[in-house]
Design a protein around this ligand. Structure first.
Ligand code: DX5
Ligand code: ZN
Length: 212
């Protein structure tokens, strides 16, 4: 299971990214909220654009915006492996998938806890990953939503039935306890559990130990 580290709860971005870069997490997770789809911590785009300068780790970009198209080109020019946008944007889903793929970047779709998994079905054969939200998007430091594991198995069954090979990722409220409930996914996003500590690697190790 890979780990993408989120710095959304950190007051200062640069030192947090530099510290995360010294750990063995596989990705730096970038959360972009612009207020068009949900509330949350808005980190200005000009700051997010600089992140690749502070780390050599690949970026995992999570757009929480109504119009992903506005931001795709910018992130495609950085060291980005995947760009994920929410199914809840409703319009232009295929066009955004195509645009992300046109840059040779992987495409993910995020889904909120209160959105039916069946909404993903028409797009599953076109994308590389699904990001199951285990908190309400917008802020780090929230409590893991208990129904998430059930949602994940519904999704995994659907993927299996459709004979697809796509990654299942989970974002929000993950710590050394909640991670045990979602052991069988491909990637987890972990923020405050790592960054609220002084010893980032120790927290990463605790997570990895919990899933063994
Ligand atoms: C919330 C973000 C998450 C968040 C995770 O909108 O998508 O990536 O930062 O942080 P924690 O692990 O603190 O819930
Ligand atoms: Zn996120």
């Amino acid at each position: 299971m890979k780990i993408a580290a989120s710095f959304l709860s950190c007051p200062k971005i640069k030192p947090a990214i530099e510290k995360l870069s010294l750990t063995d997490v596989e990705y730096i997770h970038i959360d972009l909220v612009d207020g068009t789809l949900n509330k949350g911590r808005k980190i200005p785009l000009r700051k997010l654009k600089k992140i690749y300068k502070y780390t050599s780790k690949p970026l995992d970009v999570h757009l929480m915006v109504k119009k992903p198209k506005k931001y795709i080109k910018t992130f495609a020019s950085l060291n980005t492996e995947t760009i994920t946008f929410p199914i809840e944007i409703e319009n232009g889903i295929e066009a955004n998938i195509d645009l992300i793929h046109s840059y040779g970047i992987k495409c993910g779709i995020a889904i909120n806890h209160d959105t039916e998994i069946s909404r993903l079905k028409p797009f599953l054969d076109k994308i590389d990953s699904v990001l199951v939200m285990s908190i309400i998007p917008g802020y780090g430091g929230q409590k893991f939503i208990e129904e998430t594991p059930k949602k994940i198995s519904t999704l995994q069954n659907m993927i299996k039935k459709m004979k697809l090979n796509i990654s299942v990722c989970v974002d929000g409220g993950i710590n050394n306890e909640t991670v045990k409930l979602i052991k069988n996914v491909n990637m987890i996003v972990v923020g405050s559990y790592i960054t609220n500590s002084n010893d980032y690697q120790k927290q990463v190790d605790m997570i990895r130990k919990s899933i063994k």
